[in-house]
Design a protein around this ligand. Structure first.
Ligand code: MSP
Length: 656
């Protein structure tokens, strides 16, 4: 039985889903912060499609305004000529991120300009727009008006840059008249502004008083002329917000009947800096037009770097093209969605990204898949057996899968991507633990245990199947890359979200084949990514840890463990793995050969104190007599080795 959960708040009964991102200012410096919004919108869009929704996903570019006009002029270009090339690059970037938007609107398109003019005329005819003189401050980079009171140290309160004093004849929208209606709407539609903390901010802002909004400019030309006053152009935000509506208009360029089908938007997604435009100005405009309001406006946090928000002026932008090239689209999408906690800011650093790839994707997910495939090959010649009657441990695993689905689905619907992914990773973690608990390598020793071993293998593949379905909206190329190893589906185009809710859908009898590592581990020190997966040798499965027979204290007491100081250390020629160490134990000197050369440089070890097995029978290794053994810990895959160092005990000391 599935948990009861709240469906995505949805007024429409016909399973349509209309999602938008902000339309971006044309810039060659779109960074991974911008990509977060498109990736997040893509993730929920893909999930909703898997749930059978008819999804319309709109993104685009916001091309008018003084900023663009000035830059184009400084380059000796026409504004449109200047933005054309940039917009083409933005489209390419979204293609690289595998964004499945169903429309891309440019505010310079006739389909948009016409609607903006029509709507302006309507609001004007209703008496909601009037002419007056604007006198106040304007931040051109943010394209935002500010009152004297709102400035911080005389600068823009949002970006901290210089503002300009404007004094011009303008048209005003009677925004102040909408405060009560807006508050009422927010109160009666608790999900309208999400997350809740942001809703509270908007409510306080409205309560502090709304001024009428200047909605036209007449001191420059790059914008949409107002139909009732052609010497004025529409304020760029009034123009831009309308894109969500204009893109749905049926016209020659866009023959689909979008408006009836998709309006109003199910969710407008954006970062917190532009929430007020979407949660105050836009709904007030729609009220003035008697149009239905969007169902939800969701503001996520910012991706921050050390030193604050990424921005061109700070020179700290992280180019997504380079990251995609280096780490691949699945890993970058996963990182963005995992790192940004619900409603909070997220942090970015390349080390954090690599850590995430190594732990979640290489260690947990990648290892589960490679271990499972390797074991099915080893124990069943690659053919996945039928499961037999479940045991308590299996029921517990199934329960984890059920919870992971229920929780992951609920979090996805809340746009809480980080916790949706955490729910999937819990299942992956549980499956890895199930391997350790069921000890397939022990079961494999006894013929009578074969049915049990088969059940364990089946259950592991079942967990992988469920995790893959749920990860598909985040990592769209993953299933396609796993299929040659585990042919769970014919291809990755027909996956349904609900199939992750059902246990037992994996067809027994499929043949599993070992393949390249899905997420090769990246060296954290050099940040070097191993050669592309396809050229790699097949990944070695994580070897199971074999348990040794029980020993008594007396047995243990036979081992003499002592602290020794490393006085000298060097590589052994022609032996990649071996280091020769000269050790001091109290007043005794020893030579020990140790297989740690790939993990430590000689210089890192000199002067350190280690633990050695002092009474080990000496043995000759590569011509060197080794008198003892250094203790080191290694991970199950034997990829990482860490020598056990001792700090404050003098050499010669005993370890027990
Ligand atoms: N053109 C306006 C939006 C008009 S919508 C009718 C605009 N464009 S923008 O290009 O400056 O930024 C658009 C969006 O990019 C932000 O709202 C946000 O969704 C995203 N982000 C930009 N920087 C970001 C971060 N550092 N972190 C997360 N998201 C960020 O504003």
């Amino acid at each position: 039985m599935l948990c009861r959960r709240r469906e995505f708040i949805h007024l429409k009964e016909d399973k349509t889903f209309y999602i938008t991102t902000p339309i971006y200012y044309p810039s060659d410096n779109l960074h991974i912060g911008h990509a977060y919004t498109t990736v997040a919108a893509d993730c929920i869009s893909r999930c909703k499609r898997m749930q059978g929704y008819d999804v319309h996903y709109l993104t685009g570019t916001d091309e008018h305004g003084q900023k663009i006009e000035r830059i184009a002029k400084s380059k000796g270009m026409e504004p449109l000529e200047y933005v054309d090339g940039i917009v083409a690059n933005i489209r390419k970037l979204w293609e690289k991120f595998l964004i499945t938007n169903t429309d891309f609107i440019r505010t310079t398109e006739p389909r948009h300009e016409k609607v903006v003019q029509d709507l302006f005329q309507k609001v004007y005819d209703k008496g909601e727009i009037y002419k007056a003189e604007y006198s106040g401050w304007y931040c051109t980079p943010c394209e935002t008006f500010f009152t004297e009171r709102q400035l911080v140290d005389g600068k823009c309160p949002d970006c901290g840059r210089e503002v300009e004093l404007l004094k011009e004849e303008s048209y005003f929208f009677k925004l102040g008249n909408y405060a009560e209606r807006l508050l009422k709407h927010i109160e009666t539609h608790p999900d309208f502004i999400q997350p809740e903390s942001r809703r509270n901010e908007v409510v306080s802002f409205i309560k502090s008083g709304l001024d009428d909004l200047c909605v036209s400019r007449n001191t420059f030309k790059w914008g949409i002329p107002l139909p009732f006053a052609p010497d004025h152009i529409a304020y760029v935000w009034f123009d831009a917000l309308i894109n969500y509506y204009s893109a749905l208009q049926e016209n020659d360029l866009n023959p689909q009947k979008g408006k009836e089908k998709f309006w109003p938007a199910t969710v407008h997604l954006m970062a917190k800096d532009i929430l007020r435009f979407h949660a105050i100005i836009w709904p007030a405009m729609l009220m003035a037009l008697d149009l239905p309001l969007p169902e939800r406006v969701f503001a996520h946090g910012w991706i921050l770097l050390e030193g604050g928000k990424m921005s061109k002026s700070k020179g700290n932008v992280v180019d997504p093209n380079i990251l995609l090239e280096k780490y691949g689209v699945d890993a970058i999408r996963y990182y963005l969605l995992k790192e940004m906690n619900y409603g909070q800011d997220g942090l970015y650093s390349e080390e954090m990204l690599v850590n995430r790839i190594n732990t979640d994707l290489a260690n947990d997910l990648g290892n589960l898949i490679s271990r499972t495939v390797a074991m099915v090959q080893k124990y069943f010649g690659g053919v996945l057996p039928e499961p037999s009657a479940p045991e308590a441990l299996d029921e517990e695993l199934k329960e984890t899968a059920r919870k992971s689905y229920a929780d992951g689905t609920e979090k996805m619907d809340k746009l809480d991507f980080s916790n949706y992914l955490a729910a999937v990773m819990r299942l992956i973690g549980r499956a890895n633990k199930y391997i350790d608990e069921t000890e397939p390598w022990v079961l494999a020793r006894t013929e009578a245990n074969r049915p049990r071993l088969g059940t364990v293998m089946y259950n592991l593949v079942e967990c992988i199947r469920i995790a893959l379905v749920m990860l598909h909206p985040t990592m769209p190329t993953l299933v396609g890359r796993v299929l040659p190893q585990i042919p769970l589906w014919e291809n990755d185009t027909q996956l349904t979200w609900e199939e992750a809710a059902v246990w037992g859908k994996t067809p027994a009898g499929i043949t599993l084949t070992k393949g390249p590592a899905l997420f090769p581990r990246i060296d954290l020190k050099t940040l070097e990514v191993p050669a592309p997966a396809k050229e790699e040798a097949p990944a070695a499965p994580k070897p199971a840890i074999e348990h040794k027979p029980e020993i008594t204290m007396d047995d243990f007491a036979k081992i003499e463990l002592r602290v020794a100081e490393i006085l000298a250390c060097e590589k052994i020629p022609k032996a990649d793995k071996l280091l020769k160490l000269e050790l001091k134990l109290d007043d005794e000197l020893r030579t020990v050969v140790s297989g740690i050369a790939q993990h430590y440089e000689p210089d890192q070890l000199i002067g350190k104190k280690v633990v050695i097995v002092a009474n080990l029978k000496p043995t000759k290794l590569r011509g060197v007599m080794s008198q003892g053994m250094i203790l080191a810990a290694s991970d199950p895959a034997h990829e990482q080795i860490e020598v056990l160092f001792v700090d404050s005990i003098a050499d010669g000391g005993r370890v027990s």
